[in-house]
Design a binder for this molecule. Structure first.
Ligand code: ADP
Ligand code: ADP
Length: 219
């Protein structure tokens, strides 16, 4: 469960997120829809404790990220594929993250399996990963702690059609398993494919918040 209360972030003269109040609950995909610069990433970064709110609060299970007892087990995120260290193999990245968070090593193979990656294929150091593989690795990392809350920031950007289909189905499955999934996109078509509820952001403000069917009916 994600709770936003009066959440606001200013960068100098720019108000990136403007007094956002929302509850994002389990068992569905909540879509964050808005053009580039609408404040989607900044909101997610505040939920993950990576940006500090100027005002208001972003909570996971009632606590700010920095006060979570077991963050890796409570919330996972795919922000972009750049978190993967190029000099390390994909597998080593997962193994290191698992180790530093007290996740049993066998979980690395489990999450690779979940995202359909062959452990041997991603084990070679320095191997250039396709964006699709990098995305899958990023999702595998986010799933290490089997967290009930997942944030996916523009996950289909730049993927080939197979990758897009896979991410959509995987996102749906995560919600159908009962997780809280927040998915951002600048495309209504992504919302139509995957979201149950759509929160529309513009210039950091909440513009609309409705079940997908209602939004489509309203045109
Ligand atoms: P979105 O994810 O919807 O594209 P962002 O949250 O990335 O939107 O950006 C919202 C606004 O905040 C934009 O105007 C962006 O330029 C600005 N912004 C985001 N991060 C920073 C930063 N670190 N410094 C200054 N401005 C930022
Ligand atoms: P560290 O290796 O010290 O945990 P990172 O740069 O990997 O540092 O992560 C910074 C913070 O972001 C940490 O508190 C970590 O728990 C959190 N974090 C990293 N990856 C994820 C993820 N996929 N989902 C949620 N939180 C994450």
């Amino acid at each position: 469960m994600i709770t936003l209360r009066g959440l606001t972030k200013r960068f100098g003269p720019t108000t990136a997120v403007d007094d956002l109040t929302l509850d994002i609950g389990p068992g569905q995909v909540t879509g964050f829809l808005g053009p580039n610069g609408a404040g989607k990433s900044t909101t997610m970064r505040m939920v993950l404790g990576l940006d500090r709110p100027t005002a208001g609060r972003a909570l996971v299970d009632g606590r700010p990220y920095r006060e979570l007892r077991h963050p890796l087990y409570q919330v996972g995120a795919l922000l972009d594929a750049t978190g993967i260290h190029p000099a390390r193999s994909g597998r080593a990245h997962l193994t290191a993250t698992a180790r530093s968070n007290g996740v049993p090593a066998r979980r690395v193979d489990e999450v690779l399996d979940l995202v359909g990656l062959d452990g041997r294929a991603v084990a070679k150091p320095g191997r250039a990963l396709s964006l699709g593989m990098a995305q899958r690795l990023g999702i595998a990392a986010a799933l290490l702690g089997d967290p009930p809350v997942l944030l996916l920031d523009e996950p289909v950007n730049g993927l080939d059609p197979d990758g897009v289909r896979w991410i959509r189905r995987f996102t749906r499955d995560l919600a159908d398993e009962g997780r809280t999934v927040l998915l951002s996109s600048h495309l209504m078509s992504e919302m139509q494919q995957t979201a149950d509820r759509v929160v529309v952001l513009g210039r950091g403000r909440l513009i609309a918040d409705a079940p997908l069917a209602e939004l489509i009916a309203a045109g």
